[in-house]
Write a protein that binds this ligand. Structure first.
Ligand code: NAD
Length: 514
């Protein structure tokens, strides 16, 4: 397969990282002399050394977070919204630099780096409105002279553990809501992307100064690896842990939080599919599939990983898709025209090759998948996206490989397509391409997609912040971002108020004393 356009880096990465960090107001002391090296996936070079938190630092941060929570919970929610509004203003003012840092540290192409910051701005706007809408219900009481209602109260410090692939947006989905809900937040970013987290923390601190009177330690950053996340997970004083990452991580975190009766919001791996029906607009489907499967180099939780194509359109669609795969621009994500940047690291590349070898051994026809630009950057991992035609949904297809591999399966009709679609352990995002109303509605119905996100005539990736985001089964069941996801960051109290002079008991129980 010929690749039209492989692009090379033009500018040194390390200098640019230093420049952007300084522009964003990140102190040199936090990224120059620490113990943990940070690599840019663009060239694989080490661009910084960050300081790491110890278990004692985590405990101390929780102490501060509790003190901050106790002050913050008494601030009226609309006033709390003002802090989030100011954070949104900082993000607007620094969108270009922060988006650039996302590109430099996570390897996203420029428009996706900027898009990630836009998502942060959008959730801030959403949370500002929400700060005046933390509504509870009024409930009819069965007792005369009584009123029932629900109140929503701040719950306490919220621990936020995030993945490398949305290094800043996922924090904001959680933090913007938690802050207007009256909680303090503690953020353990991915060890692969601490620099963007340092930059966001600097912007938060500016917003806090502009706000005036935000408690010390309201939002804190804990840089480090899994052990820092584990210390946060095990701290009984942190009532909510929101953890985004692999199913492997979620299984550990979910169990540990449950053991201490904490609440966890789990946003884990996906294995997202799209069904293409005979009536589909194939031009539109092709564009939707290309972005969902190849965008972000296949490193989105919502990346399209399985394409289930009706046999009536298979021979028309797949050769066109293979051509699109062959002509996509791969290389330095900072370059105009690049659509596919690097994988995050060597382990991601090895995982991809292992999956392709398994598929090959099972008789799959593979287009692409090989490494490119290895001579120029031996420590960076660029790959051609892989299109894998396979006869059945073997084990490797049911597994999330976090790389640009799209498995293509043939099907005879919608019932078979839905069966294949749902026959994986994960349940994040899904879509159908069809112009048939019955097929679209069936896919969205109770007997259709079993995922947390189900779309018609768009791919499974690229969600808006207004909806609740998350998935079922091994994706963890958590919901973040829009709709009523805020409820997970508060505690609910049911209140019964007796304004009569009598004391009737519920269910007609009598208990009269003289
Ligand atoms: P990862 O699981 O390796 O790491 C995620 C975070 O968990 C990191 O901060 C890591 O340090 C921390 N961690 C790891 N082990 C831990 C432990 N035992 N205790 C506490 N913390 C621990 O994931 P990754 O490679 O950074 O990200 C890719 C994965 O994230 C993919 O599976 C992807 O689907 C998933 N993801 C899911 C969503 C979603 O909303 N569902 C969003 C983004 C990414």
């Amino acid at each position: 397969m010929a690749t039209k356009d492989i692009r090379k880096a033009q500018q040194p990465v390390t200098e640019e990282v230093a420049h952007v960090l300084r522009t964003l107001g990140v102190p040199d002391s936090s990224w120059r002399n620490g113990t943990r090296p940070v690599r840019s996936p663009i060239t694989g070079e080490v661009v910084a050394h960050v300081a790491e938190a110890s278990a004692r630092d985590v405990a101390h941060a929780v102490d501060r977070s509790i003190a901050a929570f106790e002050a913050w919970r008494t601030v009226p929610a609309p006033r709390r919204g003002e802090l989030v509004r100011l954070l949104g203003e900082e993000l607007r003012a620094h969108k270009a630099e922060l988006g650039r840092l996302v590109t430099l540290e996570a390897g996203k192409i420029v428009s996706e780096g900027l898009g990630e910051v836009q998502e942060m701005i959008d959730i801030c706007d959403f949370a500002v409105g929400l700060s005046r809408q933390l509504y509870g219900l009024t409930i009819a009481s069965e007792r005369p002279g009584h009123r029932m209602m629900e109140s929503w109260h701040p719950v306490g410090p919220v621990g936020i553990i995030t993945a490398f692939n949305f290094p800043v947006a996922v924090w904001s989905w959680n933090a913007a809501l938690a802050l207007v809900c009256g909680d303090s937040v503690l953020w353990k970013p991915s060890e692969k992307t601490p620099l963007t987290a340092l930059a966001v923390q600097a912007l938060f601190e500016r917003a806090a100064v502009a706000f005036g009177g935000a408690p010390e330690g309201l939002s804190q950053l804990l840089v480090g690896g899994a052990e820092v996340g584990a210390a946060l997970t095990d701290d009984t004083r942190v009532p909510v842990i929101s953890a985004t990452g692999s199913t492997r991580m979620g299984r550990i975190v979910g169990e540990r939080v449950a053991r201490r009766f904490g609440r966890s919001i789990l946003e884990l791996g996906g294995n997202n599919a799209a069904i293409v029906c005979p009536s589909a607009d194939l031009d539109l489907a092709l564009r939707g599939i290309a972005f969902a499967a190849m965008g972000t180099a296949g490193q989105r939780c919502t990346t399209l990983r399985r394409l289930i194509v009706n046999e009536g359109v298979y021979e028309t669609l797949i050769p066109r898709l293979a051509r699109a795969y062959g002509s996509v621009g791969i290389g330095d994500p900072r370059e105009a025209g690049t659509l596919i940047g690097p994988l995050i690291d060597a382990a991601a590349y090895e995982g991809m090759q292992k999956a392709l070898a398994e598929a090959r051994a099972a008789g799959a026809r593979i287009h692409g998948g090989e490494r490119v630009l290895a001579a120029e950057w031996p420590d960076a991992y660029y790959v051609r996206p892989a299109l894998v035609e396979i006869d059945s949904q073997i084990d490797i297809v049911k597994h999330e490989t976090f790389a640009p591999i799209l498995y293509v399966l043939r099907c005879a009709g919608l019932p078979e397509a839905i069966k294949l679609h749902n026959a994986v352990p994960q349940g994040l995002s899904s879509s159908i391409f069809t112009n048939d109303l019955r097929e679209a509605e069936t896919f969205l119905s109770a007997e259709g997609s079993d995922c947390g996100i189900a779309n018609v005539n768009i791919g499974p990736s690229g969600a808006e912040i207004g909806g609740a985001f998350g998935g079922e089964k091994e994706t963890g069941g958590g919901r973040e971002s829009g709709s009523d996801a805020w409820k997970a960051y508060m505690r609910r109290a049911t209140n019964t108020i007796n304004y009569s002079r009598a004391l009737p008991l519920a269910q007609g129980v009598s208990f009269d004393i003289d």
